[in-house]
Design a protein around this ligand. Structure first.
Ligand code: SAM
Length: 354
């Protein structure tokens, strides 16, 4: 048996435990919110890497577990990390994830202190492209530490929340969901036209614009023109779908064109077979949202990518996922589904036009 810490979505508690159980029998040793310390059979990380997981972000092996006292807090974390079999020749980074044990120090403070001690001991530190990661999770006044080569991890980084918050441009918190989605889904060299369904206030459109797309942003609500303008985004309101399509076809540079309408009211967008990515974050019931995507299907190019959030009104995630898949399946190949760190009561679905 081995110990692991498991990071899961905050939401869908029952589903995330069922998913973990599908990998291995386990016993929970410690838990706080979306972090679980479990005991399970060896090889769990490898199994998790191969499975198509929806609710589990990552799993790390725990090599050392200690109780923390208030007095020796920092020193104890450091001595736990010192017990790890760190290879001095492999450039590494130390990460701390502090769930609820704060003793006047932030996770960043712990990282700076432990990281500089490791450096003083002759261990090579590489913050940008480490080949190995040493990590500590502080939870319920305990410290769980581990060490792994990056290639052995399920994910290349330890702390999803902190990683993505840096990318927030201030249009809407929702934009983090699309940034996280683009990290999961390789859109390759695809650039050209994009359709953003339920675009207001414009976070996802801004992400697509930054990626070099010409975006048709559809929403009866307003985009945040002021903030988008301040951030150097070329954004305009279009009169009607068909005009927007023509303007977009003519435009040589990335642009956001806002069609101020509900998707169901649009008869033509004037871009038959042209959109190579469609994103949908409409806050409507899952089945209706999936059907709305199909209503625009004449606009999608062959191989067009679809990224949509499946809104789950109740905690029964499986129900909303299966109905959405059933509606889309004739026209799209579903690639995978994930609850991403910034998702709220929703699941991000990735598909490709057949
Ligand atoms: C969660 S917000 C989208 C946030 C957006 N992705 C962002 O990053 O700023 C959901 C949006 O869906 C829009 N919406 C709901 N039903 C719609 C429909 N039938 N057609 C177009 N937009 C719709 C709402 O007006 C709302 O602005």
């Amino acid at each position: 048996m081995s110990k692991y810490f498991v990071f899961t979505s905050y939401i869908f508690r029952k589903s995330r435990l069922t998913e973990l159980r599908s990998l291995s029998a386990f016993k929970i040793l410690d838990n706080f919110n979306n972090v679980f310390i479990i005991e399970a059979g060896r090889g769990l990380v490898e199994k998790a890497k191969e499975a198509n997981l929806i609710f589990i972000y990552s799993i790390f092996e725990v090599c050392d577990a200690i109780e923390l006292s208030s007095e020796g807090y920092l020193y104890e974390i450091e001595s736990s990390v010192n017990k790890l079999a760190i290879d001095v020749d492999v450039p590494m980074k130390y990460e701390c994830y502090d769930v609820n044990s704060k003793r006047g120090y932030s996770a960043k403070d712990v990282e700076v202190m432990v990281g500089s001690r490791l450096e003083n001991e002759g261990i090579k530190i590489n913050m940008e492209k480490p080949a190995a990661i040493a990590y500590s999770v502080l939870i319920n006044m305990k410290c769980y530490s581990g060490y792994s080569l990056v290639e052995g991890l399920m994910k290349p980084f330890l702390n999803p929340e902190r990683h993505y918050l840096k990318a927030y441009s201030g249009i809407s918190r929702a934009e983090l969901k699309l940034r996280e989605a683009l990290d999961e889904f390789d859109i390759g060299g695809k650039r050209g036209m994009a359709i953003d369904m339920g675009a207001a206030p414009g976070g996802w459109s801004k992400v697509l614009y930054d990626e070099g797309f010409k975006v048709l942003a559809i929403d009866p609500a307003d985009l945040n023109y002021r903030k988008l303008g301040e951030r150097g985004v070329a954004v305009k309101e279009a009169i009607e779908g068909i005009d927007a399509g023509e303007t977009l076809l003519k435009s040589e540079n990335p642009i956001i064109l806002h069609i101020k309408s509900g998707t169901t009211k649009l008869h033509s967008l004037g871009i038959p077979g042209k959109a190579c990515i469609v994103v949908n974050d409409m806050n409507i019931e899952a089945a209706e949202s999936a059907r709305s995507v199909l209503e625009l299907k004449d606009c999608f190019a062959k191989d067009c990518l679809l990224i949509m959030t499946v809104k789950c009104i109740t905690k029964n995630a499986d129900k909303y996922l299966s109905i959405t898949k059933r509606i889309l399946e004739g026209d799209f190949k579903i690639q995978f589904c994930r609850v991403l760190p910034s998702n709220r009561q929703e699941i991000t679905l990735f598909a490709r036009r057949i």
